[in-house]
Write a new protein. Sequence first.
Length: 60
Amino acid sequence: MGTRLLEALGLVLVIEGLLPFVSPRGYRAAVASLAALDDRRLRLAGLVAMAAGALLVRLV
């Protein structure tokens, strides 16, 4: 793996850890909301997140 890829992975982990660290109750509520979604909506949310991330990486 390249150094940049490892840096990006590390940054993702830091960002992913922010919400449970700052607001554990809010994190639980967000996870419960995601768990309640049907597969189609959850996949759509994942697709939108991936597209937004890819666009951001491309712009930067």
